[in-house]
Structure formats: structure tokens, C-alpha cells
Design a protein. Structure first.
Length: 506
């Protein structure tokens, strides 16, 4: 396949312009590849060699960053590997051309950061690339790159960036006189019991319930949500926010009443509790505390529910379902594709059945509407058999299912960038839903008493007065003790694509 490139003359001009870059910070260059290939084309090799030779002769300090990319031809796994091979090919060529290996860093994005549409051949050509950034510092004049700090940048308000990025709530209009089951986009089930809301002078036609589900680390970052309690690390099992309005006014629940919230999970983690928090501004951090009214959680399992509604073949007859919610057993059977899940080990299931019945009574969960909600939730969450954390929500605002993270050894971790108004830096743990803010920000960002020897992402967001967004993102182990971030300007779409990486569990 013939590959089209920009005229070579433009790149030779770029090489010559190095001698005039006293005030410039970086030089960017891109090479392109044939489909499913990671071999550099001869003409690109020549241009790269001249570019590097010019940089080495004109400047005493320079670093090169290479980012490999692919179009969407083939599987995402293949493209991820191919983008790595392309970046490595460029690195190996530069080393052979005399660039010290320590001056080169390599990254690869697969098909995740296209610069053009993959729907056209030209777009795919532009996406089969390796981006090369040469960071330079004159031997005469010291130039501070934006990657570390830049005094000339007029910082904006980081709260405005979070207001821009935050997830809009899902809104439901419900009749306060009727029992209602709602299912969120990510499978959360909300049960409203009739006449739970104070009526007062309720004048709107319906009561507006607003729901946010925050189940991924990237969602926590976009919404400036963190998981600490008085500085202690928490591991989240699911965070939501509930608000209720009528004619723009927030309404209260009657004393002793509550919404039942069922948060889906594939694994029930022991030791989880319900924590609550609130804040006034998007730029404020949340400090989680045990919910003052209902800190305890229950867990709910569809398999156990099927046993509870279907009864058992033998054993303790008291374990059979005597309540009116048994009418929905046929719905639960459909959830499991009609399979018979009754066990011959009835004695071992009796207590489980009684526990499930007690949960239904405790949270006032009953009726065919529950089965419909469970079936819809199962589809939204994409799991074969759902489990839930269940709790009572008696006031508005944020609720978080959490437990204290087990830490064998503590350490302080430092991000050496200078703290400024428009910048925020967080640690995101790879092995859990844990996002930690830097509570000390004087000359650097200091994360106190985090777990030592843990793989994390360091995520930095910067917002300027000109509404420009910069992202710093680095993988590191906390045993390294300190690091700094290189920031680069991104669009909102690029930011969301990049931060999707922090959701990968290791």
C-alpha cells in the first residue's frame, strides 16, 4: 500500500529551525505506517536522522517521547500490540542513530486515540502513526516546559473544570402516592414506598428523583470524588447520589421512612459499611463518615431469592416461603433461563432462605415489580447472576459502600509539581476503586500514609483561564516515593479516552 506523507521540505525546514528555538519548548513529528506494519519507511528514517542530529548539535538537553497508535483494522488486542511495536521501532532507530536510550520514553495507545475517523481510508492512514515529541532545553537559555510548571500560564478555576466534566443525573418523575421501582443505567435499583415523601404543600405533578451512579475510577475523577475518611484509605463497592425535588425545591422524607437502594456487584466484599458525605462546591473533596442513621448493609443474591420463593424439597418446612412475594417465583425462574436451582442439600440452604426472606421484609421489597426491576437491572449490569448491596437511604446527597483498605505498610508519596490554583492531582489505585486526594499542597502534592509497594495511577488535571485542559497521567509504584507529571493539552474527548485506562483492574 502506498503511504502518503507530508512534503520532506517541510521537515527539513523544521530541522533548520532548531537554531531559533530559544523560547520554544517542544518539537513534534509524526511518522506513518502501512496497514498491519511496524516498519519505518526509508524516507522517514532519513528525516528523523537529520532532525535528531540537529537537536543534538544545537541543544545540550533534550528528551524524546514516542507514542504508538493504530487504526481499527483488526482486533483491539492486535492493535494495542501493533502500536507498541511501532513505538519500539522508532525507539530502536533513534538509539541506532546515536540517541541515548535514557533520553527516550515510549508509550502506546492501540486504537484508543485516533486523530481522524476510521470510517475512511485517509482517516485510517492518519491513525497508523507514531507521534514523536522532542522536549528541548537550550544550553544557553533555560526553558521551563509546561510539563513541569509554567509561570506564564494563567491558571483557571479547577472547580469550573469539574463542573464541565461532571456526570449529569438521571431524572425520574414518580407519583408519591404509589410504590415505584426504578432502575439506573448501571443497574442500581431504587425502591420508593408510597407516601414516603412529606407532602406539605406539594404542588408539582410529579416528584423528581435524581440519581447518579459512580462505579468506575474514571467517573470518580470526572466528578472530583475521592474515597478517604479522615485521611484513611477506603475501598469503594459503589457510590451513588440521590436528590429529590418538587418545583425546584428539595423535599424531605417522613421520619423513619427511607428509599431502598440495591447496588449491583459481581463480588460481595466482607466488612462493607454505608458511609455518607456532602459538599457545597464541585471543587470540594468528600470526607466520608459512617451514615448516622443506617450504616449497616445487607447483601442480596438472586440464586438465594429463587430458593426463597420456590421453597425446598424437604427439610425444615419453616424455610418455605409463606409470604405474598412468593407469587413472583416464576419471574425469578425466567431470570435463570428456566433452570431448576433447587438443591438436594436443603439443610444447608434453610438459613440462606430465611435470611433472604428477612431482607425482603426489612426493606419492604415485594411484588412482581421487584422481579421486573431485577430482570432489567441484570441486563443493564451485564452479569449472568447478580448480587447486590442493599441499604436504607433516608436522607439526600452522597452514599458510598466502603471498607477500610488493608494496608501492611504506610508511606508518603510526593508529586513534585508545584501546586497552583488550576491544578488537581490524585492517586488512583489499580487493584481497587480507591481515589485519593493530596491533602497537603504547599511546595508539592503530598499523599500521606498511603500503602507502600502499591501500583497506582497518578492523575493530574489542569485548567487555564483560557479554558484549556491539560492532563498528566503516569503509572508508578508507591515504593518509588516521588515523581512528577508531564502535562499535555487535551480535548474533553481525549481526556475521557485517556482516563478510561484507570478503570482496568490488575
Amino acid at each position: 500500500m502506498k503511504t502518503t506523507r507530508l512534503p520532506l521540505l517541510s521537515f527539513f525546514c523544521l530541522c533548520i529551525s532548531f537554531v531559533k528555538l530559544q523560547a520554544q519548548e517542544t518539537v513534534n513529528h509524526t511518522v506513518y505506517f502501512n496497514t498491519k506494519s511496524h516498519e519505518l519507511i526509508s524516507a522517514d528514517k532519513q528525516v528523523l536522522k537529520k532532525t535528531i542530529d540537529s537537536a543534538a548539535s544545537a541543544f545540550s538537553i533534550y528528551n524524546i517521547k514516542i507514542s504508538g497508535h493504530a487504526d481499527n483494522t483488526g482486533s483491539s488486542t492486535f492493535n494495542y500490540k501493533l502500536s507498541q511495536q511501532r513505538a519500539v521501532s522508532v525507539k530502536e532507530f533513534l538509539i541506532a542513530a546515536g540517541v541515548p536510550a535514557d533520553n527516550i520514553s515510549v508509550g502506546f495507545e492501540g486504537e484508543g486515540l485516533p486523530v481522524a475517523s476510521n470510517e475512511t481510508e485517509e482517516g485510517r492512514r492518519l491513525n497508523r502513526r507514531a507521534d514523536i515529541t522532542i522536549e528541548i532545553q537550550s544550553s544557553v537559555t533555560s526553558v521551563k516546559p509546561i510539563a513541569v510548571e509554567q509561570e506564564s500560564v494563567q491558571e483557571g478555576d479547577i472547580g469550573q473544570l469539574y463542573s464541565l466534566l461532571k456526570t449529569p443525573p438521571q431524572e425520574y418523575c414518580i407519583d408519591i402516592t404509589r410504590d415505584t421501582f426504578l432502575v439506573g443505567n448501571k443497574g442500581t435499583i431504587i425502591h420508593y414506598k408510597a407516601n414516603t415523601i412529606k407532602r406539605n404543600d406539594l404542588s408539582c405533578k410529579c416528584f423528581t428523583l435524581k440519581l447518579n451512579e459512580y462505579f468506575d475510577n474514571s467517573e470518580l475523577i470526572f466528578n472530583n470524588l475521592t474515597t478517604t475518611s479522615d485521611g484513611r484509605l477506603l475501598e469503594s463497592g459503589g457510590m451513588i447520589k440521590l436528590d429529590g425535588y418538587c418545583d425546584g425545591r428539595k423535599y424531605e422524607l417522613k421520619p423513619g421512612e427511607f428509599f431502598t437502594v440495591m447496588v449491583p456487584t459481581d463480588t460481595i466484599l466482607p466488612g462493607m459499611k454505608l458511609l455518607s458525605a456532602n459538599r457545597n462546591n464541585d471543587s470540594d473533596y468528600l470526607n466520608w463518615q459512617l451514615d448516622p442513621t443506617n450504616p449497616d448493609l445487607d447483601n442480596f443474591d438472586l440464586y438465594r431469592m429463587l430458593l426463597a420463593c420456590g421453597g425446598v424439597r424437604s427439610g425444615d418446612s419453616s424455610a418455605k416461603c409463606h409470604f405474598f412475594f412468593c407469587k413472583i417465583s416464576r419471574f425469578f425462574s425466567r431470570l435463570f433461563n428456566g433452570k431448576n436451582y433447587r438443591s438436594d442439600k436443603d439443610e444447608q440452604n434453610n438459613q440462606l432462605i430465611r435470611n433472604e426472606q428477612a431482607i425482603l421484609q426489612k426493606y419492604k421489597l415485594a411484588g412482581e415489580d421487584l422481579a421486573v426491576a431485577l430482570e432489567k437491572s441484570k441486563g443493564n449490569a451485564g452479569m449472568d447472576a447478580l448480587k447486590y448491596y442493599v441499604y436504607k437511604n433516608s436522607t439526600w446527597d452522597y452514599r458510598n459502600i466502603d471498607r477500610l483498605m488493608k494496608v501492611e505498610k504506610f508511606t508518603n508519596f510526593i508529586v513534585e509539581n508545584k501546586p497552583v490554583k488550576g491544578t488537581d492531582v490524585k492517586l488512583v489505585f489499580k487493584s481497587s476503586k480507591t481515589v485519593v486526594p493530596a491533602l497537603e499542597k504547599t511546595r508539592s502534592y503530598i499523599f500521606k500514609e498511603v500503602s507502600d509497594g502499591t501500583d497506582v495511577w497518578v492523575v493530574g488535571l489542569r485548567y487555564t483561564a483560557n479554558r484549556e485542559i491539560y492532563l498528566g497521567l503516569k503509572e508508578i509504584n508507591t515504593s518509588e516515593k516521588r515523581t512528577n507529571l508531564d502535562f499535555r493539552q487535551v480535548t474533553v474527548e481525549e481526556l475521557k479516552s485517556q482516563l478510561g485506562k484507570v478503570n482496568k483492574r490488575h
